[in-house]
Design a protein around this ligand. Structure first.
Ligand code: ADP
Length: 319
């Protein structure tokens, strides 16, 4: 392996820069030339490629976003689009590729691997929705961003004795709501993985009001339902007015936490090692604090295990 490429694809996540840095530095350490590919698969098709030296990744470990930029690319999903990408890789003499992204990006990586390019995936997404790994890069930072917002909302919520509904990201995976809900002491955590009973929530609210509880936080993952609808339903059933905060894109930004920087650094370096071992079509994960690597197809078809024990704990601790 003499020359490898690195790209970030799909939704961005804090810690992607730390992962790029690790790939570049570990590559150069091992006498491998590292080419940075801009704008994900779109930049690959268009040949937006340049060599990365040690200095090119200086001063980025603490920055959110991705210096390589990211994109979604419909063309890459077609045979013709991928054919172009393969030609570009050949012209640039790139024989190994590190793809940092989510499950969509991994599907693209798998196709390149089947076409003969040695490809390794690193999980970069705030959603933590990849079942084969305990954590994805960016998730911990997103949870901390939400937690910071919860603390601020809690202050004003307490002053006004108000109910707060906080909507966070997570269309299919409620991990951000679950982790931030537990850490932030939310009274109710609503996630797409678990049915919820509106009457249970209303009962809690009424009981809370009766014992002059000063605040009540409902943490809602976006895939569970609409926050404004929930507010309306609560008002119709209890006459209690809730405030809605939709956190949105702030969850995708910010300086990565120590956890995400360390995870990204370890995974980036491991990706280079795997390429040096001529491995391909594999993704890196972390289980019980040990790095693992797994076949992409196997990783993508693994059943997601929802953290039921933690979910039940949010209920026990919010009685
Ligand atoms: P994420 O990687 O964050 O899940 P997307 O699902 O948007 O984000 O995927 C990112 C990109 O990966 C897509 O824009 C496309 O270029 C590529 N991709 C997604 N699915 C496939 C697929 N089935 N085959 C080939 N490429 C794909």
């Amino acid at each position: 392996m003499r020359r490898i490429g690195v790209l970030t694809s799909g939704g961005d996540a804090p810690g992607m820069n730390a992962a790029i840095r690790a790939v570049v530095r570990a590559g150069i350490y091992n006498n491998i030339q590292v080419m940075g590919i801009a704008r994900g698969y779109a930049g690959l098709i268009n040949g937006e490629i340049k060599e990365m030296d040690l200095a090119s990744v200086g001063d980025i470990i603490h920055r959110g976003g991705t210096i390589l930029k990211t994109a979604r690319c419909e063309e890459f999903k077609t045979d013709a689009g991928r054919e172009k990408a393969l030609n570009v890789l050949e012209v640039f003499g790139i024989d190994g590729l590190v793809v940092i992204g989510g499950d969509g990006s991994f599907m693209g990586a798998q196709k390149l691997s089947h076409a003969g390019i040695k490809t390794i995936g690193i999980p970069g997404t705030i959603d933590n929705d990849l079942s084969y790994t305990d954590y994805t890069i960016g998730f911990d930072t997103a949870v901390n961003t939400v937690l910071d917002a919860v603390s601020k909302i809690r202050d004003t919520s307490t002053s006004h004795e108000r109910i707060s509904i906080i909507e966070v990201m997570g269309r299919h995976c409620g991990d951000i709501a679950l982790y931030a809900g537990l850490a932030g002491g939310a009274e109710s955590v609503l996630v797409p993985e678990e049915e919820f009973d509106i009457d249970d929530i209303c009962k809690k609210l009424i009981q809370g009001k009766a014992r002059r509880k000063l605040h009540h936080i409902i943490m809602l993952a976006e895939g569970t339902g609409d926050a404004l609808e929930l507010k309306k339903e609560i008002f119709n059933k209890t006459g209690i007015e809730a405030r809605v905060t939709v956190l949105g894109y702030i969850q995708r930004g910010g300086s990565p936490t120590a956890f995400d920087r360390i995870l990204a650094s370890r995974m980036g370096a491991r990706a280079v090692e795997l390429l040096m071992e001529e491995k391909s079509g594999r993704v890196i994960g972390i289980k019980k604090n040990e790095l693992i690597d797994m076949d992409i197809d196997e990783a993508l078809s693994a059943n997601r295990e929802f953290h039921k024990e933690m979910y039940e704990l949010t209920k026990i601790l919010s009685i």
